[in-house]
Ligand binder design. Sequence first.
Ligand SMILES: [Zn+2]
Length: 424
Amino acid sequence: MYADIGKSGVRSRETSSASICIHLRFLSSLISSRPFVLVRCSFWSRVSSRVRSEGGSIRGLFLAAILLFSFAVNRAFAYDWTIIKENGRDYIPLTDLARFYDFNSAEFSNGVATLNCPAVHLQCASGSRDLYLNGLKFILSLPVLDIQDRLCISRLDLAKLVDPVLRPTKIAASPVRTVVIDPGHGGSDSGARGPLGNEKEFTLDVAVRARDLFTKAGFNVRMTRSSDVYVPLESRALFASFQPDAVFLSIHFNYGMGPTAEGVETYCLAPRGVPSTNDSGLTFADFQNCTGNVRDPENIALATAIHASLITRLVVPDRGVKRARFVVLRNNAIPGVLIEGGFLTNPRDALRVASPAYRELLADAIVRGVMSYNRAIARGSLRSLRPPASISAKPPPVGLSETFSGSLIWDPLTSNDYSRDVEP
Ligand SMILES: [Zn+2]
């Protein structure tokens, strides 16, 4: 049932009537052992090739020493995770999460968990799927549970959301050189109809603006449509799947859920075995492996980078990073997101979307989100060991492990100026 999460190395330690606690010896068995081994191999090959390329010089040895240091302080090699079985699912106490990721305070009060460290502020609440990282909203696949007086997060959310977001440098991903921009709808398919225009016109306008900005920034750009034509969803995903070093950006505007529904949400593909955010229960289809699931870590990392950029730059209500199995995400072989840039059925959003200035800002935020993603996944260079100068991150405390080298270069994890409280 959970074949996408490695089970090797799991051993039973204690059993009670309410739960079975299992401890894991290695993080690699929590997330998937094979990619982790590959990371180790590629790390060593990087070090040796870097020394070779520097001709064995002092500079090369110095660089190798720094990379070796980050390797040595990485605590991921030995860690006992407590796994609690509940309703047929695996859960991890948040106290374990706090220890592993070096949070230096963890408070639990009235069903709300608040974890803090210099770089990250995490909040979530019992019974809720809302998770806030430095105030940015994520919708978990499964709710946080109070099990035997311990707040727990699902193992799946830990592996498929928390870890890739907190440690993007662990993701085996290529830097993005090409973007496939997908303006939603077109031709006979108008999409959502608003009082000030139709979705298909607004999506194309934002896509053209983003195309120009991406081109100016040095990216290759491919468009699934650049005029008012109908393109089947399957064709869009197929077209994108053949682009190397590329990401897929589908642009849409929202409708429905009553006139009060307002704000921006960013979707990426649901991991195998969990329902989509907007579905109430599991279906058979939720257990099928989709083409896009091979990109799970990149999908959530890209969604995080883009959503953070949208929320900080557009100053609109944050509806969260969500999960879905839309055809364009499901059938896509490259990392992808689907952006809902506002509700055409909400008076405030409809006014915003109709404004060219807002659409330019939206396009700019998307471009900056992809740049943020590129910075976050950058590995194997000194750049991954320190935040870029353009982001005013506090310097990491002395002795900080590589655990946080990635999180320091995420936009959402470096500023906390849009934080809010989690509703209990
Ligand atoms: Zn749409």
